[in-house]
Design a protein around this ligand. Structure first.
Ligand code: A3P
Length: 287
């Protein structure tokens, strides 16, 4: 039971997400210039974060570097997190995997900008399956078929994929919200870097867009993560600090290598109806 009427996280006992912090979320002081970076886990959060970071530090001088801070995930850590964020004098880019109903109310009343990235749930499930296998902060799953079962029931960390999407979809017409698709970013990244820059009112040249797109390619980001020391504590996912766990394959359609045709039928049976009721989810390329 939850005293605030909030939906509970499935894995509330995950040591990296504190219950006290979740319960205190509505006391969080948002600022009008905060930007929220929102996603269901494994949808391309780090990719989007890297693009945003690069957009804000596009000037080659170092002066702009301190003006914007990409914080750790909103729900990661304990209550001291709020002081930490309060003490930042720079603009804050704040990542979160929470559903719309769970985010601090001030983000809504202050009309903060929010970007939501969405990915084909079949690929998201496959990506999350590997995360469960490799991330010591997540429960063990033995086989793909067992993971798919709990994913379909929504009994995974952060709950059901479709519920997450539906919660954010309520804001589809809000001009302070931008919705991005992983698959579309894979197809034409420069186009979306441009889209993000105009949404955030950042002026960039075509050259800078090309440069940022190159820097934010899967291979560049993976190599960069491998060069770094372990546990450098700068992921944007509350479920790990190890960036090496993030860059696995980075492709569209890997689900075909995991779903049997029976599992695909089962998936569609569970998701189709709900997906048809969601304009946002219907845009996802499922096949
Ligand atoms: P895979 O496991 O399918 O490879 P998140 O950042 O939300 O945790 O999502 C992680 C997923 O995004 C992983 O998917 C990861 O490989 C992929 N990803 C990370 N950076 C990427 C990039 N620059 N381009 C494409 N995919 C990327």
């Amino acid at each position: 039971g939850c005293s605030h009427g909030r939906p509970a996280l499935t894995l509330i006992d995950n040591i990296r997400v504190s219950t006290e912090l979740l319960q205190a979320l509505d006391t969080f002081d948002a600022r009008e210039d905060d930007v929220l970076l929102v996603s269901y886990p494994k949808s391309g959060t780090h990719w989007l974060a890297e693009i945003m970071k690069n957009l804000y530090s596009r000037h080659s001088d170092n002066h702009s570097a301190g003006l914007v801070t990409l914080t750790s995930s909103l729900e990661f850590g304990d209550l001291s997190k709020f002081d930490e964020l309060r003490n930042l004098s720079s603009k804050r880019l704040i990542p979160t995997h929470l559903s719309y109903d769970m985010i601090p109310v001030q983000f809504k009343t202050k009309n903060c900008k929010m970007i939501y990235v969405i990915r084909n749930p079949k690929d998201t499930a496959v990506s999350m399956y590997h995360y469960y296998q490799q991330n010591p902060h997540l429960p063990n799953v033995e086989k793909w078929s067992s993971f798919l079962e709990i994913f379909l029931k929504g009994e995974v960390v952060y709950g059901s994929w479709i519920d997450h999407v539906l919660s954010w979809e309520k804001n589809k017409s809000n001009e302070n919200m931008l919705f991005l698709y992983y698959e579309s970013m894979k197809k034409d990244l420069p186009k979306h870097v441009k889209e993000i820059s105009s949404f955030l009112n950042i002026s960039v040249s075509e050259d800078q867009i090309r440069e940022i797109s190159k820097k934010c390619s899967f291979h560049e980001m993976k190599e960069q993560a491998e060069r770094e020391k372990v546990n450098t504590n700068h992921t944007v996912c509350a479920l790990t600090s190890d960036r090496k766990l993030i860059f696995r394959k980075g492709v569209v359609g890997d689900w075909r290598n995991y779903f049997t045709s029976k599992q695909n039928v089962q998936f569609d049976a569970v998701f189709k109806e709900k997906i048809n009721s969601s304009a946002l989810a219907s845009y996802v390329e499922y096949e």
